[in-house]
Structures are given as structure tokens and as C-alpha cells.
Design a protein around this ligand. Structure first.
Ligand code: 3H9
Length: 705
């Protein structure tokens, strides 16, 4: 075995040169990897004893792509680039095979496509996820992939960025064989057969049959554009991928590569790519808890209890059933229990009807669900999640009861979205086992899980819940105790600004348009219509009825989408909000009753007021230690509230605007609108004064442990 670089070594086994890469954790194609591969390929090509070449990676995966931290880093030599490596592979005079395991992604998968053959273990998952980083596959992916799988399938794979299984790759012609036993031996055996056959080398560049259909039917691109328009609104990379594939169809191979390179470089320079790449690392940072090391012991969660079979309780239960974890769901009455279980079954049936799961899956999941009317049924579960009405007294009653019944070591969790976990924990004899697990509605679909750490919550319980969150497919982010935690507290700040704008300046459709155009799926008023305006409405008990728009709407039967109207009208079966003249009239009257003279405001100022109020709240949250780091806030807002990823996240966006500019605007607004909430938070002022950003801010007491 010969070392070619710090990460690549060279070995010859039975006449086959094996280039072995070991660049933990995920074998990114760092500079030294590329250099080692180029040197190894040159050596193997010259070596008369070598008949074929295998690319093999040690550790958990074949190359997971380029090292993102190298992008734009002037200290990293440009040559050899990944395209130099692929050119060498493809042009080698001896067959080259890629031995795929783990997650061959991005540049890693493009490298495999540059090889003459590919074999994979059954568990391998491969694809081109560059779109998620705001870029396009820039090492031949957009030119080679459609030559193998056809234009439509290639567009789908690259604009979604989702990986495919080895089995699917095999049937799509992307891998030649699945290796069940030892991967390296399988790859060597396969490539030896190829070398013995003495046939021309199979280079993807040489075949363009699969492009013919798109050449005769170029409309395929516009049809595809339309089909993804709604999902990809605001993102640059999906359109760039389409254009590069158009190039692959239109141009000769080498020109198509040059065209791809040009588009890649343009994308890579874009603010969207920078934001999305920031977010990639933010997501990984948000999982880390400084005083809870990776090796903290965790508890096994094999049985779960859920209290409350309403919308939240049902959705929460489904997460566990989906992963094969039995759930006992407890309700107060048989009627409520039957209704809740019925809804879960209906949800599964509708998923099965769409072909996403089988009838057998439905049966299996439902067989793991048990209903009960008595807390006693929770005596042997490992985790209880309370999902009853948001009422502190009720929650305390529930926790007193489960404290009596649940076995020692059982994790006691509340799904509260606002209330104080410490107060709830205090009524039990085991506050160290109490935690908040704040799921977002619909709980079986939304990825975010706020894990609320109480003052007494043990590290073991916290680590258990973080691990469990990942196991059920959630993005778990730890937050501290305060009203509304991170997500809803910041949402509250935006809502209060929207309400004030409604009272003093603009109509719902104008305010919502600003938020929608920014990139959110919907604005505050459309969101309220979706949730139902009567949630939390006090009816006749409402104070100051004359100056309360919601009260005025509710009393007129306008209670949101479910009644066909709220802040907006909705046509039957449609969720598209339509402005309503009567609502505008009501808003004008409320302003009059409140003694407000309505004034004009620009869309730019509306946006600033709403977003900067959120930024201000984020600064308070960080200062108080409710979020461990700015990245956590960004992850929460992307996964819980539809913050557009191409803007990075709330605090990242604020950093791009510049905190000094934000402080200046907030100072102006707080005076102009006489709103103390818009007064810049001390931390925001401090960071601005010191010329720092949110990303620079680290609370020492969190990170010293
Ligand atoms: C590309 O290839 C461009 C090409 O088209 C060529 C253009 C010319 N770079 O996620 P994990 C780190 S673009 C740098 O926790 P998992 C990650 O930050 C790239 N670092 O593990 C983490 O560090 P830490 C296309 C990376 O098992 C550690 O590795 N490829 C990269 O849950 C472990 O990661 C992709 O987009 C990277 N590319 O998931 C794949 N990847 O421990 C991106 C990972 O300090 N990566 N790290 O927090 C992934 O999707 C997942 O990391 C993977 C493993 C599935 C591989």
C-alpha cells in the first residue's frame, strides 16, 4: 500500500489498482483527495501490471460531494479540480469502477458517473442534492445524468435533490450491479470481468440516445418548469438546473460541460447559494448542545403514551406508529377516543390511497395503537406526551396523575406551545424527567420539534428526546423556558406588527402580500383564517369589542376558511384568499372607533416593521439564553414557519442587512409609531455598536461547560 496524499492510498490487488480514500467524516472531495486521485489514476494508467481501477472509500460513505467549506476559499489550490479528476477517470485507458456505499452525493456521485462502471451495496443512497445548497451539479451531473436516465427523470432528481436507493439506481441504469457481500471484493470481481471482455470502455459521454426524446419534444422543459413553479418559488438553482439540462440536450458534450460550468459559477456567487449553504451548517450546529456531550447516556423509548386524542395528540401518535413504536392514547370519553382514533385511521387510509404506503402498512400501524380511558394504561410506557387543552391547571392535574402512575425513568413530556415547563415539572416528584416536546401542527407532517429544557430537566432526558426526535424524522432543536419558546414568541412579535398595520395603515391583502412576496407560504391573516379565527376568541367576554377586528369578524360568522370566510373570502373547495369589501369596511370602522387616522405606508416599511420586530425578539431570546445560538432560531423558523431557506434564516438575513441599519430603522419606527416593542433590544444595540453580527454572538455561560 502506498500513500499518495494525506487521504488517498494506492494498492494493487489481483491486477486491479484500488484507490482508497479515507477523509472522515463523510469523505468529501477535499483538495488532497483530488490530488491523490489524479496521482493514483496516472500511476495506474502507466502501471503495466494493472488491468483495471477501483475507486473505494473507507468509513461510512463513498464521497459525499465537494467540501462546501472549500468554496470561495482562496487558500485552497484550484487545481486539480473535481472536473480534472473526472476527466482523468473517464479518459483512462483501463476500466474504472466506483464502489458505492453510504451516501454518494453531489460531486461524489458525479465522480461515480465519470467512471465506466458502478456497483453499490443495497443500503447505498445516491443523488445530486446541490439544489439544496443553492447550486447546480457542476461536475458534469447535469450533462451525464440525463444521458443515463432521460431528461424528465434527471430533472426530477436534480431539482428535488432527493437521493435514490441502490435498487432504483440499478433499474435506472445508474449502477451495474448490487453487491450483497464485501463491496471491495465485489467491485474488483466485476471490473476484472470487464477487463477480460476487452470491449470498448463504457463512457456515459459517448451515448446520447436518452436525449433524443427531449430533442424532438423541447416543450418538456416548459411543462416541467410549470410543474415545479409553486414549490420552487424564489429559489434560483432549480431554474439553473433546467437551463443546464437544456444545454446538455442542445449542445455537443464538451460544450454542454462548459455551459454547465458557467451556470454553476453564476449560482455559486448568488446570495441564495450563500444563504442555503449557511443553512446547511446551521442545521448541523443546532443539533449540538454544549453541556450535553455526544456520549451522554440515553433511555430506550419502546412504548409511548399520548394524553389527548385531538388533532395534536393524533398527529403526535402517528409519528411513533410510523416508526413501529406502540402508542397508547388516553382520552376522557369513549366518544372522543373513537373520534381521535378514527381520524388517525382516515389519515392513513388517505395516504395509502395516494400510494405512499400500502394497506398492510395501515393495518400494521393501526395494530400498534391502543386506546384507553384511564391513565393506568400508561403504567409501563417509557415516554408520555401530554397533549391536552392549553390550560395550566389542567396540565398540572394531568402531570400529578401520571407522576403517580408512570414507572420510574419514564420521560414525562408536555406538548404545550406556550406554558411554563418548570411550573408543570414542579407538581411532580421527578422534575428531572419532565421536558417539553413542542410539535407543530399538523404534527405528523411538520418537521420541527422544539425540545423545551426545564431548569431541572436531566441531560439524560434531554439527550434521549433529541435522539428520539431524529429517530421519528424531526428536526429537534433545544429551547429554554419562556412564553411561546422560540418560534411562537417570535411569531407573536410579527403578529402584533401585522395587527398594528391593520389598525393604522393597510388592508389584510396588502400586509399579507408583503410577507408572501418575501417568500413565506402565506401572510399573518391568511394564516389566521387557516387556523380559525374563533380559536381563543372570548365571545361576549371580549374586551373593547368595538376596536377588535377579530371579534367583529367572528360575530358576523366570519370565522376563517372553515366558514368560507374570515379576513378573506374562500370559494368552495379552494384555499385561495379573496379580499372582501365588507371586511375592509369593518377594518375602517374599527380604526375610526379607536380614534386612529389611517396613514399610507410603503411595502418596504411594512416588511421592515414585521421582520425587524422578529429580529428584535430574536435578540432578546438569545440574550436570555432561550436559544443556544442564532443558528437554532434560523432552523426553527425555516422548519416551523416556512421562512424561505434561500434567505438563510431570520438572524442570517438580519446579518446581511446589517445590524446597524436595523437598529436605525427600529429607532425610527419606535418613535414614529410610538411602539416600545420596536425599541431596539440591548443585545441588538450592543452587536451593532461593536460592528458584530448575530453569528458572532456566543453566550459564554452556555459554551464554557
Ligand atoms: C458538490 O459536490 C458540488 C459538485 O457538484 C461539484 C461542483 C464543481 N462539505 O450531516 P452530518 C460535515 S456540493 C463539508 O451530521 P449525517 C457536516 O457538516 C456537495 N462538510 O452526518 C458534519 O460536520 P460536523 C454535495 C460536510 O450522517 C459532518 O460532515 N453534497 C459536507 O447525518 C457529518 O455530517 C452534499 O450536499 C460537505 N459536503 O449525514 C451532501 N457534508 O460533524 C451534504 C457533510 O462538524 N451532506 N459535512 O457537524 C449531507 O447530506 C450529509 O452530511 C450526509 C451525512 C448525508 C453526507
Amino acid at each position: 500500500m502506498k500513500e499518495l496524499s494525506q487521504s488517498v492510498s494506492y494498492d494493487v490487488q489481483d491486477g486491479v489498482a484500488v484507490l482508497i480514500t479515507n477523509n472522515p467524516p463523510v469523505n468529501t472531495m477535499s483538495y488532497h483527495v483530488r490530488q491523490g486521485l489524479v496521482d493514483g489514476l496516472e500511476e495506474a494508467d502507466k502501471d503495466g501490471d494493472v488491468r483495471a481501477i477501483v475507486l473505494y472509500c473507507e468509513g461510512r460513505t463513498f464521497f459525499a460531494g465537494m467540501d462546501i467549506t472549500e468554496f470561495g476559499n482562496p487558500d485552497v489550490p484550484e487545481a486539480p479540480g473535481i472536473t480534472d479528476v473526472i476527466k482523468k477517470l473517464e479518459g483512462a485507458s483501463k476500466p474504472v469502477i466506483a464502489a458505492l456505499h453510504g451516501t454518494p452525493l453531489g460531486g461524489g456521485f458525479e465522480t461515480a458517473l465519470g467512471c465506466h462502471h458502478r456497483v453499490a451495496v443495497p443500503s447505498a443512497k445516491m443523488g445530486l442534492p446541490e439544489v439544496k445548497l443553492g447550486i447546480i451539479p457542476g461536475a458534469g451531473g447535469t450533462v451525464r445524468l440525463p444521458r443515463v436516465v432521460g431528461v424528465q427523470a434527471a430533472l426530477e432528481m436534480m431539482t428535488s435533490g432527493n437521493p435514490i436507493s441502490a435498487e432504483r439506481a440499478l433499474s435506472a441504469g445508474l449502477v451495474d450491479e448490487i453487491v450483497d457481500g464485501d463491496l471491495l471484493s465485489g467491485a474488483i470481481a466485476f471490473v476484472q470481468k470487464v477487463a477480460s471482455a476487452d470491449e470498448p470502455l463504457a463512457r456515459i459521454r459517448d451515448s446520447d440516445e436518452k436525449l433524443q426524446a427531449a430533442r424532438t419534444n423541447p416543450e418538456i422543459f416548459d411543462v416541467f418548469r410549470k410543474s415545479i413553479a409553486r414549490k420552487t418559488r424564489g429559489f434560483k438553482a432549480p431554474e439553473a438546473i433546467i437551463q443546464s439540462v437544456e444545454g446538455a440536450v442542445r449542445l455537443p458534450f464538451d460544450e454542454a460541460l462548459t455551459n454547465e460550468r458557467r451556470i454553476f459559477v453564476e449560482c455559486q456567487k448568488s446570495p441564495e447559494a450563500k444563504a442555503q449553504q449557511y443553512f446547511f451548517f446551521a442545521e448541523r450546529q443546532a443539533k449540538k448542545i454544549p453541556d450535553v456531550p455526544k456520549d451522554t447516556p440515553t433511555r430506550g423509548i419502546e412504548k409511548v403514551g399520548v394524553i389527548g386524542a385531538g388533532t395534536m395528540g393524533g398527529g403526535i401518535s402517528m409519528n411513533f406508529l410510523n416508526r413501529g413504536i406502540p402508542v397508547t392514547i388516553v382520552e376522557a370519553t369513549q366518544e372522543a377516543l373513537d373520534r381521535g382514533i378514527g381520524i388517525i385511521e382516515k389519515n392513513y387510509a388517505s395516504t395509502a390511497k395516494k400510494g405512499r404506503i400500502t394497506e398492510d402498512d395501515v393495518k400494521e400501524r393501526m395494530s400498534l395503537l391502543t386506546g384507553a380511558l384511564d391513565y393506568q394504561a400508561l403504567s409501563d410506557v417509557d415516554l408520555v406526551i401530554e397533549a391536552v387543552f392549553e390550560d395550566m391547571d389542567l396540565k398540572k392535574t394531568v402531570f400529578r396523575a401520571i407522576d403517580e402512575i408512570c414507572k420510574p425513568g419514564c420521560v414525562l413530556a408536555s406538548n404545550t406551545s406556550y406554558l411554563n415547563i418548570n411550573e408543570i415539572a414542579a407538581v411532580t416528584s421527578r422534575p428531572q424527567d419532565v421536558i417539553g416536546l413542542h410539535f407543530f401542527s399538523p404534527a405528523n407532517i411538520m418537521r420541527l420539534l422544539e425540545v423545551v429544557r426545564g431548569d431541572e430537566t436531566s441531560n439524560e432526558v434531554l439527550a434521549t428526546c433529541m435522539k428520539l426526535g431524529a429517530h421519528i424524522g424531526k428536526v429537534a432543536v433545544v429551547v429554554g423556558v419562556c412564553r411561546g419558546f422560540v418560534g411562537n414568541r417570535i411569531l407573536g412579535a410579527r403578529m402584533r406588527q401585522s395587527d398594528d398595520l391593520l389598525l393604522k395603515n393597510a388592508m389584510p391583502q396588502e400586509i399579507d402580500a408583503v410577507v408572501f412576496d418575501f417568500g413565506f407560504p402565506m401572510g399573518s391573516f391568511a394564516m389566521r383564517d387557516l387556523a380559525g379565527l374563533d380559536i381563543g376568541w372570548l365571545g361576549d367576554e371580549t374586551p373593547d369589542k368595538d376596536i377588535n377586528v377579530r371579534h367583529q369578524l367572528c360575530t358576523r360568522g366570519r370565522r376563517g376558511q372553515k366558514t368560507g370566510g374570515g379576513f378573506y373570502d374562500y370559494e368552495s373547495g379552494s384555499r385561495t384568499p379573496i379580499p372582501n369589501a365588507e371586511v375592509e369596511q369593518i377594518i375602517q370602522e374599527v380604526s375610526k372607533n379607536a380614534g386612529v387616522t389611517r396613514t399610507e405606508i410603503s411595502a418596504a416599511d411594512m416588511l421592515k416593521r414585521m421582520i425587524y420586530a422578529m429580529v428584535n425578539e430574536a435578540a432578546k431570546i438569545l440574550d436570555e439564553g432561550i436559544a443556544l445560538r442564532a443558528a437554532a432560531i434560523d432552523v426553527i423558523w425555516v422548519y416551523g414557519y416556512g421562512w424561505p431557506t434561500y434567505r438563510g434564516g431570520l438572524t442570517y438575513y438580519a446579518d446581511q442587512i446589517g445590524l446597524t441599519n436595523i437598529v436605525e430603522d427600529l429607532d425610527r419606527f419606535s418613535t414614529e409609531y410610538d411602539d416600545p416593542e420596536l425599541e431596539p433590544a440591548p443585545l441588538l444595540r450592543q452587536l451593532a455598536r461593536e460592528g458584530k453580527s448575530f453569528q458572532d454572538f456566543v453566550r459564554q455561560d452556555h459554551f464554557e461547560a
